[in-house]
Design a protein around this ligand. Structure first.
Ligand code: HEM
Length: 530
């Protein structure tokens, strides 16, 4: 009898617990999200197409601002309206601040020890605060002004030089070289290009891998395909190469520090940190917090990799789109050139403080980011508890994708959304800082992009210098509207098997390779379509 009594309490406890758990799950699912029909095994993967942001926009027109897709085994909620984005990234930001575990970033970024792909936990909070306060603060961004000015001037000089010796200049190469040059100097202290092609090659492969979707992430029992087709081995190889490279960089920085300590030029106590690059700052932070909140070398390397993964191709793509739109819209180009040339006046060279007076330039860049957000699907989030979004149940652990591109195209929010019209940003307070959910190229909330100030500082200066120095016209009387604006996401065979979650990375990291060239003739650069 006593034995039976001992059993009753745990049995009642478990029945009650099961009841509450099931009820919560039922409540979360109560109003089911609309969902397109799915195929066995792959679910809706086949409906993503080559440009998932466009396919998802089409699906959302049929299934609504919030819909549920099944990508292999993974359930993904797709939000395609400003209201849904605001609900997820503002009202319920805490619940949606996790990132799903994706195997390639996991393996390339030291098991997710970076900021962008790490899970929402104390570790992420520590890394994010280092990133925001130490590396990408407004003060720090200002301190790299000299680097930006030098690298953008170098780009202009190179274009001039190339234009003199050959009639064809590849503008895309120059923009990419410049943005890599800036991030290398800012993060590592010097440029790794030119003779050190090793770095360039690894970086290109690293970024390409981010755009690859392993089958195993979505259909785990097919993970063997990633081993057989060599993807796993490639990831391992690139991770190892980058690790060796970063080991060298960290060792160099430590040696330099030791040397300056020996000659009495140790700047740890120095308030003036203007010359410190990201690796210096992180090593300094490591030394100062050795006993309280230790930061391991792997975290330093992961953070540096984040800066390259999240910051190079996005900025480069944004600049390329802006120039392309300007070439397509000669009247807008002229208005911008007039503004820039008037502000610069007889000085000849643009200085960063001039940018403050260039309101049209800022509107042009915003409009380009609205039409061409470099990460159209942002970076995926994951819910950490059962909840309801706009009345629909979303269970804990669901991957959530926000279609920022579709929101920027919403005709209920934007008049003639397909038109490139910077004027729409002239008399409005709408900004990309994460408060206006109709315009979120940098995301919003806790996980919003911490590199916005950095990116805008480089982009504004580069665009201003290009339109200040050069006139762009199409050869053979070609019309601006002939410029090919097709989006390319660099999809390879692997990417064909991908799903929305990884396509976010594909789109975030993929560059837009415009097949455009500048022709230099009679002191004028002309754009030739190849
Ligand atoms: C035009 C340039 C850029 C665009 C369009 C862009 C866009 C984005 C987007 C959409 C996200 C995800 C936001 C979200 O989940 O809500 C993000 C995250 C991030 N970005 Fe950027 N970004 C740019 C430049 C940069 C730069 C230059 C850096 C650093 C040097 C950077 C560092 C990061 C990091 C570390 C994260 C992860 C934040 C987190 O998960 O807590 N980004 N970015």
């Amino acid at each position: 009898m006593a034995g039976l009594q001992e059993l009753i309490i745990p049995v009642i406890f478990f029945i009650t617990l099961a009841f509450f758990l099931l009820r919560r799950r039922y409540t979360a699912r109560k109003i089911q999200l609309p969902s397109p029909g799915k195929l066995p095994i792959i679910g809706n993967l086949h409906q993503l197409g080559k440009l998932p942001h466009r396919s998802l926009q089409s699906l959302s027109k049929r299934y609504g601002q919030l819909m549920l897709l099944h990508l292999g085994n993974v359930e993904v909620v797709v939000a395609s309206s400003a209201a849904a984005a605001g609900e997820i990234m503002k009202n319920q930001d805490l619940i949606f601040s996790n990132r799903p575990e994706l195997s390639i970033p996991g393996r390339l970024l030291y098991g997710g020890r970076d900021v962008a792909f790490s899970r929402y936990a104390d570790y992420w909070r520590q890394m994010r605060s280092i990133c925001v306060l130490q590396l990408l603060s407004n003060k720090k961004v200002r301190s790299f002004r000299g680097v930006r000015e030098e690298e953008t001037s170098l780009m202009v000089e190179k274009i001039e030089q190339l234009g003199r010796s050959s009639t064809v200049v590849n503008l895309s190469d120059q923009l990419l070289g410049m943005s890599n040059g800036v991030i290398c100097r800012v993060a590592l202290g010097r440029k790794y290009g030119g003779e050190e092609n090793r770095f360039k090659r690894i970086l290109a492969e690293f970024i390409e891998l981010f755009g690859t979707s392993p089958v195993g992430d979505y259909i785990p029992w097919l993970a063997w395909i990633d081993r057989v087709n060599g993807l796993d081995a490639r990831v391992e190889r690139v991770a190892k190469l980058f690790d060796e490279f970063l080991e060298d960089v960290v060792r160099d920085h430590r040696d330099r520090k030791k040397l300056s300590a020996m000659v009495g030029d140790d700047d740890d106590d120095d308030d003036d940190d203007a010359e410190l690059d990201f690796v210096d700052i992180l090593l300094q932070f490591q030394r100062e917090n050795e006993n309280t909140s230790p930061v391991e070398d792997e975290a330093i390397k992961a953070l540096i990799l984040d800066m390259f993964a999240a910051g190079t191709d996005t900025s480069f793509a944004a600049m390329e789109w802006t120039i392309a739109e300007l070439i397509r819209n000669p009247t807008i180009m002229k208005t911008l050139q007039n503004e820039v040339r008037k502000v610069v006046g007889r000085k000849g060279e643009i200085e960063e403080q001039d940018l403050e007076k260039m309101t049209y330039l800022k509107a042009v860049i915003k409009e380009s980011l609205r039409l061409h957000p470099p990460s159209p699907l942002l970076v995926p989030r994951e819910s950490t508890q059962d909840t309801k979004v706009l009345g629909y149940g979303v269970v804990s652990g669901t991957c959530v994708v926000i279609n920022a591109w579709a929101i920027g195209q919403d005709p209920t929010l934007w008049e003639n959304p397909e038109e490139f019209s910077p004027e729409r940003f002239l008399d409005t307070s709408i900004d990309f800082k994460g408060q206006h959910f109709e315009f979120i190229p940098f995301g919003a909330g806790r996980r919003g992009c911490p590199g916005t100030a950095y990116a805008m500082a480089v982009n504004e200066l580069a665009i201003a210098k290009l339109v200040h120095k050069f006139n762009f016209t199409l050869p053979n009387g070609g019309r601006g509207e002939d410029l090919d604006m097709t989006e390319a996401n660099g999809i390879t065979v692997h990417k064909k098997k991908s799903n929305a979650c990884n396509h976010i990375k594909i789109l975030m990291l993929a560059t837009l390779y415009l097949t455009s060239y500048l022709l230099y003739k009679n002191n004028e650069f002309r754009l030739e379509l190849m």
